[in-house]
Write a protein that binds this ligand. Structure first.
Ligand code: ADP
Ligand code: ZN
Ligand code: ZN
Length: 733
């Protein structure tokens, strides 16, 4: 075949944010190897899309007349670094997700749009810069002198500010940066009280942990830092960060939830006022996010602290990764690319050949199992770090004997009363927000259910509304029963609002504060409420799991847990593991200082092994019992799973699709079990019928080989009416 006379200069292969698992070829008049990782604008159908160049080649499988040309290549901004692209390609393969969605999904939002905005950094003085005597500068360096002078008074010079000094300030700043007198820096350093810089002496466990983790040369090494609540894991992180940054490295620290980042951030900033720290989480504006991301990518940030998505932040000097509360299910993204940020952190550490530390008081069974098989190394912190602080006493209140009155049993009320009398704080934990989980008609038995979901509508008295916690649907509270027309409606069960109301009746003088998703909706609300608790303006905190993790209240000596039994006999095989972790966490809020804490759990099953293990604070025994059970029944971590989820308006369509999918998978053979499709636990959400299909294997390799072929086949089915997605290593059912 004759060569085309119009043979193009180069073909670039571009990742685009479309649900097709392939790259798209375009002609580029000039393409250099350094263009890999750069953003590019391309025509796609009738649209213009922003993509990322992943490969450059000299031929395409498409005939040349069908190839379109690229629009602009963004050569202003640095390309995505190769190591990040490798990680993203790995994730696309591992999660069997379209590569373009993976790559574009990690970019700051404004970068995914065709308009380019480049955030410019501000500047601050280094110690050397502060020591410069202005009169030693050459006489013609007027602007440099002006800039230095200004910096000595303002701490941080914003980009706008520097332009005000002189139009030539940018050039002067470049020179000053070269002389190491000034460094680019994205935001002004926060003001810090000097007293907080005291560094505690490590206790023996901490010392051992730090020594072990720093002893080896910095190569890939996954560590599980298993430390009881209050054992000083954060102090261990601080020492690791210190050592890594002193060595010229950047550290990536992941926290499971946005609510936990402010306190870590404040501890890091207090300890390292001289370092640049950026945070990355969903509450940032696009431009804040972009600035933080650029500071990380340019190596200006020493510490990157963020939630899930931050695991994909480009960091040229990355030398260490820390995953705090590694067991937390929030690390798993539940839509789109369903990745586990914890697992990606381990992949990334392996790829970069650096250490990664997974910290928890209640490690996930997966991570714990990995220490038993020797894949991870384990270090343990067995005592509370504050002198004379001990783990709290855990007592069980048998709710069959002490019938709770609207959720509160007599022994629990008595314990609360005693704390109030002594001026100590209490926390009541109840994982159910709203006033009552359902409204019922006493005459005909009608229950408030959501018209769009298979769930109940939760009564929220304050808003006078019935709310669906699955689809967000809201309805008025009916005055009479919609079915029988009688007025005998009752709120059944109790949520945080009702407990708050009952407490106020029992303890009219007490200052009660509820912390849940409803009371913290406003921006900064969570921080303000927590600050009140820290200032001792609160006697009793009532809250959901938002309050259970990580927070450190000095004067809190009682934790009450209301109604945790639901998870004990759940169909989800992970429910017990999750409940145990949650209760260990919330119990860990009590008695973090000298006064011994107490935890009271109201349960109808006081003899359940989970509660007995909790009373002894015995994670290890409980974890090993669960692992033995999982091994016997062949559940993870003793096998590998993937879940094909599907939804559509009609249930038949969903099940038909999954039947075909199951048959297809079975045809591939291999040591993989393909189960039958089943409807999801929540059968219907927002009018969509949901079902799922589980595939599992003892061999990860065999499972992934099947998944690869399966996805190609399912995409070819082109089942328009059914939305489906694959969840590799699923956590929720
Ligand atoms: P964890 O993260 O394991 O729950 P933290 O790191 O929050 O524990 O530590 C609990 C408390 O103990 C904090 O107030 C911390 O300042 C303090 N602490 C940690 N290490 C030490 C130490 N070596 N000596 C004294 N206090 C410490
Ligand atoms: Zn009725
Ligand atoms: Zn609903």
């Amino acid at each position: 075949m004759p060569m085309s006379a119009h043979s193009p200069a180069a073909i670039v292969r571009v990742a685009l944010d479309v649900p097709l698992d392939r790259l798209f070829d375009y002609i580029a008049p000039v393409a250099l190897p350094t263009d890999i990782g750069r953003r590019v604008q391309v025509p796609f159908g009738t649209r213009q899309l922003v993509g990322v160049i992943l490969q450059i080649t000299d031929h395409s499988d498409l005939p040349s007349h069908r190839l379109k040309s690229v629009g602009a290549i963004d050569r202003e901004t640095p390309p995505l670094p190769g190591d990040l692209l490798t990680l993203l390609a790995f994730c696309a393969r591992y999660y069997h997700h379209p590569v373009g969605e993976v790559v574009l999904g990690v970019l700051p939002t404004s970068w995914r749009q065709s308009h380019v905005t480049v955030a410019r950094p501000g500047y601050r003085l280094t110690a050397a810069g502060r020591a410069v005597a202005l009169d030693t500068l050459p006489t013609n360096a007027t602007v440099q002198r002006q800039v230095l002078q200004k910096l000595q008074t303002v701490e941080w010079l914003s980009p706008a500010h520097s332009r005000e000094i002189s139009p030539h300030a940018a050039a002067a700043l470049k020179v000053l940066v070269r002389r190491s007198w000034v460094v680019p820096c994205m935001a002004p350093p926060p003001h810090l009280p000097a007293a907080s810089l005291a560094v505690p002496l490590l206790n023996a466990d901490q010392q051992q942990a730090v020594a072990a983790m720093l002893a080896k040369p910095a190569v890939f090494a996954p560590w599980l830092l298993h430390g009881i609540t209050g054992s000083g894991k954060t102090e261990v992180y601080l020492r690791l960060i210190d050592a890594v940054v002193a060595n010229g490295g950047q550290v990536l620290v992941l926290a499971p939830e946005i609510n936990l980042t402010p306190q870590l951030e404040s501890r890091f900033r207090h300890r390292f006022p001289q370092l640049t720290l950026v945070t990355l989480h969903s509450a940032l504006t696009d431009s804040e996010r972009l600035r933080a991301w650029q500071a990380a990518r340019d190596g200006d940030a020493d510490i990157v602290l963020g939630t899930r998505l931050a695991v994909f932040t480009p960091m040229p000097r990355l030398q260490h990764i820390i995953v705090d509360e590694e067991h937390d299910a929030s690390y798993k993204q539940q839509e789109g690319l369903r990745y586990s940020a914890r697992d990606v952190a381990v992949f990334r550490a392996k790829q970069q050949n650096i250490p990664v530390v997974l910290g928890s008081a209640t490690p996930s069974l997966e991570s714990y199992h990995n220490t038993l098989t020797g894949r991870y190394q384990r270090v343990t912190l067995g005592t509370r770090a504050v002198t004379n602080a001990h783990l709290p006493d855990v007592h069980l209140i048998d709710s069959r004997r002490y019938r709770p009155d609207h959720g509160l049993s007599a022994p629990l009320l008595a314990a609360l009363g005693a704390r109030l009398a002594r001026g100590e704080q209490s926390l009541l934990f109840l994982n159910r927000r709203g006033y009552a989980p359902v409204l019922m008609c006493r005459v005909c038995g009608w229950l408030s259910t959501c018209s769009r979901c298979s769930g109940r509508l939760v009564l929220h008295l304050r808003q006078q509304a019935l709310c669906c916690h699955h689809c967000g649907h809201e309805a008025h509270v009916p005055a009479v029963c919609p079915d029988c027309g009688k007025g005998d409606l009752v709120a059944v069960g109790h949520g945080t609002q009702r407990i708050e109301e009952r407490l106020a009746e029992h303890f009219p003088a007490a200052r009660i504060l509820r912390i849940d998703r409803d009371s913290t909706r406003r921006k900064h609300a969570m921080g303000e409420l927590l600050a009140r608790a820290h200032r001792q303006e609160v006697d009793i905190l009532v809250g959901t799991q938002m309050l259970a993790k990580g927070h450190d209240f000095d004067n809190l000596t009682l934790v009450g847990v209301i109604d945790p039994d639901g998870a004990l006999y759940s169909a989800d095989f992970r429910a017990a593991e999750r409940l145990f972790a949650q209760l260990m966490q919330v119990a860990g809020r009590a008695g973090r200082r000298e006064i011994r804490g107490e935890v009271l759990i109201q349960t109808a099953f006081p003899g359940h092994p989970l509660y007995l293990a909790l009373r002894r604070h015995d994670y290890t025994a409980f974890a090993e019992a669960l692992l033995a059970e999982r091994e016997q029944t062949g559940f993870p971590p003793f096998c590998h799973q993937a879940l094909l989820r599907a939804e559509a308006h009609q249930r038949d369509k969903v099940l038909d699709f999954l039947m075909v999918a199951a048959d297809t998978a079975r045809c591939f053979g291999g040591p993989v079990t393909v189960y039958d499709p089943v409807v999801a636990t929540m059968q219907r959400i927002a009018g969509k019928e949901r079902a799922q299909l589980l595939v599992q294997s003892d061999s990860r390799r065999a499972l992934h080989a099947l998944l690869g072929r399966w996805m190609v086949a399912l995409r070819a089915l082109n089942s328009r009416r059914v939305r489906w997605s694959l969840d590799v290593d699923p956590l929720e059912w």
